[in-house]
Write a protein that binds this ligand. Sequence first.
Ligand code: ZN
Length: 436
Amino acid sequence: MRQTRFVILGLVLALAVATGILIYQSRSSSNEADNGPVVVTQTKTRQPTDPASTPDTSGDPATSEPGTSGPASTDPATSDPATTDGSETSVVNPPDGRAPTNLPMKKLKKGQKPPQFIIFSFDGAGNSEKLNSFMDTAATTDSRFTGFLTGLYMLTDDKATDYTGPGRNPGESSVGFGGDATEVQQRVTDWNRMWAAGNEMGTHYNGHFCGGSGDAWTQADWTSELDQAFKFVDDYKALDDLPDAQTMKFTSADVKGGRTPCLEGVSDENFPNMAAVWKAHNMTYDTSKPAPYNGIFWPKMLDGIWEFYMPYVYSPSFKGMVTAMDYNFWVKFNGGAEEPDTAPQLRKIVQETYEYMYDQAYNGNRAPILIANHLNNWNGNSFNPAALAFMKETCGKKDTYCTTYQDVIAWMELQDPAVLKDLQDAYPVAEQAPTG
Ligand SMILES: [Zn+2]
């Protein structure tokens, strides 16, 4: 009797501890990005079967598991390249003197290995010093990257009430506004330099409220948020009363994709609504959605939008799985605590994680590597130096192109559909700890 009671007590305690851990994990999993949160995703693990024997479930490629071609010899990504010479090219020098794409715009032959693409992106893109250091480094290897601009960074602080986030009061923002006129104009200088060098401008929307608000927004709310972000880019001189300031070299028409604050609003249920909003704004891609399964794989078309999923990868240096984004690395490392003394250690782990992702993709399915960063000084500036070091050591490597989302989309759309499908069906890499 007494023993039974102990057993029951033990079970209750074990349950309580397990529940506590779950609550803790879910608490620590929706957290800050820029200054605000990023959802730390818990994605499904693929079935640990021999990928070559996995049945092909690909009906809707966007929602099903990737298909059958794994690291078998039929995998176009890992088999011998037939020839390295494609023929067609669609590179046209832009009329405004902007640098053209750095990608070889060629059609692959069936079975030919694609180039390895790496897409660096920076949410917010408001820090002049850091932005310029990435521009300087990218220029040494003719590389490109993508800035996801926060629209509010074009609005001077004294014009804050010109912005009203859905369900918010005028002038409310979780990431502040553009500062004074000098700061805004410095940003235009930086962004024009970025644009001229062939880098891409996307959007990180505006108020960055997070905490689930973006998940609750309706289609009309997101439309309003995006309309305003576009307006701040297009009309900044009028809005800020700076008629003599320099003109931005790009407009909202050049914005084709983005990352939602805290990766909100892109649940399976809400995605079709978001897709409608993006299409209404002539946007073609998104890179906010947590991947539906582990590892690095090629982008998919989802409701008519190219989705570059935020990958959930294995990292030997973290000794586990992690969503490959700076804030999520931080949470994985120490729960997101500010411990600047540990910066050298964390930088090393992050850089090694990027290197591992690259090695796995380069020697595997060649899926684009996403390096998703903010320009913050989190944990004693743990992240930007790691991304910069990775950019320096990797972007000039053989068959490797550091580039933009739009250029990768142009490359994918140039391919024969069957060739592209083979790439998309290839088994993910870095999807679990190596076995054997
Ligand atoms: Zn953010």
